[in-house]
Design a protein around this ligand. Structure first.
Ligand code: N01
Length: 537
């Protein structure tokens, strides 16, 4: 048995990561009686929520849904205070989960895994950490997160800037006092758009450097009162049932008809309702919105009308309205007062398409037209080397010493997002090849971990020492992920789903886009058919 006072160097399972997925993996696998050790780069649990402490950080999935379902008492006892939880509340929740199930004792914190190497004879894994520790295990489980390897673009002169710089994805724990400073923010994805209104409140002046305009829908956030919470808690069983069948892991369903199968009046009413519901769900108002360009255009037109109503200066509105990709093909941002912030006299929007950043110098940012924007602080809200970045930074060596990152040089290759040929007994959870980032990642984590737990039990019950994805199954799955994406409008956007935000990264649609419920059926079918597509060794 593993407990908080022992740190065995030979265990059954190593779990890398103490985010939403890793925590549940430790809990569930320990529950099978397995000896589990976890490693986590941060000083504590939380994963993405441990690092992303920038002002305004908040989840874009409703708190009632963005919470574990595996323990009825846990879901009944925890009280969410708002419809969309803030980062501090989510980190408190994950800390509560860690305490309640005594998970911290399984982990070595402030410890990065440097390498994981397969012993081909024993089919076991040897993991080495940056603290010089070596641990062996039969199974190696990566729960390293899709949005955990920060990306800071290589802008000439960045090192010369005399002011402070921070990345939203590695925000200092004590916070940053920007009061009275001239602040610049580069990036208008979810992180930038969430941070801008709060940065504007603190700063003496804020300059927003926008390369691509993004679609954002106000969150419609509100405090949750006792009555609402009680109704949510008593409705959990049905809510979770619907979520598990759904495309995105939440109970909300798209309109039953296609965009143009309803009257204009009904169409507008549906968009209005979704706009008021708030946030990312707007992308699924009608079921054909992300597959049919005309349907998408209708959603986009309604959105544009709304946003123009929020921004006082039409020229600023022009800049804020994307023209380069269909709505929803990058994750729609869920904001609070983003567009209104541009009505403040102390906030300026700079369109980098028209006037790119040429360099950064000691005093600030120099634009292509020669303007120097003088700054005291610069915030990089420039995103992540998504889905593959965190794994790529670890030396993972499988059969014949093959390096995982070399195998993935042309894009991630997985079977079901879970296994890789040549890497027996290694699992990647809620990463590339799975719906994780397209859905509610908490339920995705439970789906993957429950499948894994059943799989490990099956191996033992049938006397197998290992499981390995077959090459043909990997190739078919990679093609399936690609073909499903190709049948949608998603490839039309230069998104991080496609690796398009990282210079030189191959353009491959990395998540499984067929929906959370559909994916769950596929996983269940594979297990029922004796783990077809895997070799059981
Ligand atoms: O990162 P992003 P993010 N010069 O990659 C710009 C989740 N999330 O951290 O679009 C100038 O989306 C880049 O411009 P462009 C959510 O899934 C969720 O904001 O490449 N600009 C873009 O504007 C989200 O999708 C929540 O042209 C440069 C921005 O930086 C994902 O995380 C909150 C540049 C990066 O946007 C990632 O979001 C936060 C350069 N050289 C995050 N390089 C919620 O739950 C990049 N940019 C609400």
């Amino acid at each position: 048995m593993n407990d908080s006072t022992t740190t065995p160097t030979d265990v059954d399972v190593i779990v890398v990561g103490a985010g939403v997925t890793g925590l549940y993996a430790v809990h569930r696998l320990r529950g099978l009686g397995l000896r589990v050790r976890g490693f986590e780069r941060g000083d504590d649990v939380g994963g993405v929520w441990y690092w992303n402490r920038y002002p305004g950080a908040r989840c874009d999935v409703e708190s009632v849904d963005y919470s574990y379902s595996f323990d009825e008492e846990l879901q009944q006892e925890w009280d969410w205070s708002e419809k969309y939880a803030t980062q501090p509340e989510i980190i408190r929740y994950l800390g509560h989960v860690a305490d309640r199930f005594d998970l911290r004792g399984a982990y070595s914190f402030a410890t990065s895994v440097r390498s994981a190497e397969l012993d081909e004879e024993t089919l076991t894994w040897t993991v080495r950490t940056d603290r010089g520790e070596t641990v062996t295990a039969r199974f190696c489980v990566f729960a390293v997160g899709c949005l955990s390897a920060t990306h800071r673009p290589d802008i000439p002169g960045a090192g010369e800037f005399a002011g402070v710089t921070h990345h939203t994805g590695a925000w200092p724990h004590g916070g940053v006092d920007l009061t009275g400073l001239r602040v610049g923010v580069i990036g208008t994805g979810s992180s930038g758009i969430q941070a801008v209104p709060l940065l504007a409140e603190q700063a003496a002046h804020l300059t927003v450097f926008q390369r691509s305009a993004n679609y954002s829908v106000p969150a419609g956030n509100r405090p949750l009162d006792e009555e609402t919470r009680a109704a949510q808690k008593s409705g959990y069983a049905e809510r979770r049932r619907l979520a598990r069948l759904s495309g995105g892991g939440s109970p909300h369903q798209a309109h039953p008809s296609g965009t143009f199968e309803v009257s204009e009046e009904e169409r507008r009413a549906a968009f209005e309702e979704r706009w008021r519901l708030g946030g990312v769900l707007y992308s699924k108002t009608f079921p054909d919105q992300l597959t049919d360009l005309a349907a998408n255009g209708a959603a986009r037109a309604f959105w544009e009308e709304k946003v123009r109503g929020l921004v006082a200066d039409p020229a600023v509105a022009d800049l804020l309205i994307p023209t380069d990709h269909p709505i929803g093909t990058k994750r729609i941002v869920t904001d609070s007062d983003y567009y209104e912030t541009f009505n403040r006299p102390d906030v300026r929007l700079v369109g980098l398409r028209e006037n790119p950043i040429e360099r950064i110098e000691r005093r600030g940012v120099v634009l292509a037209d020669g303007t120097l924007v003088e700054l005291d602080a610069l915030v990089f809200a420039t995103g992540f080397d998504a889905m593959t970045g965190a794994l790529d930074r670890i030396e993972v060596r499988g059969r014949g010493g093959r390096l995982l990152r070399d195998d993935w040089a042309a894009g991630p290759r997985t079977y079901l997002g879970l296994g890789v040929d040549g890497f027996p007994n290694l699992f990647s959870l809620t990463g590339a090849g799975s719906p994780s980032v397209m859905a509610n990642v908490v339920l995705c984590a439970e789906q993957h971990v429950d499948w894994l737990a059943a799989c490990l039990r099956h191996l033992d019950a049938h006397g197998h020492r290992a499981i390995e994805a077959r090459q043909d199954a990997v190739e078919k799955w990679v093609a399936e992920c690609r073909d499903r994406a190709a049948a949608t409008l998603f490839p039309a956007a230069d998104s991080w789903y496609l690796g398009a935000n990282i210079p030189g990264k191959p353009r491959v649609f990395m998540p499984f886009i067929g929906g959370f419920g559909v994916y769950g059926e596929i996983l269940a079918g594979v297990a029922e058919n004796g783990y077809e597509g895997f070799d059981l060794i």
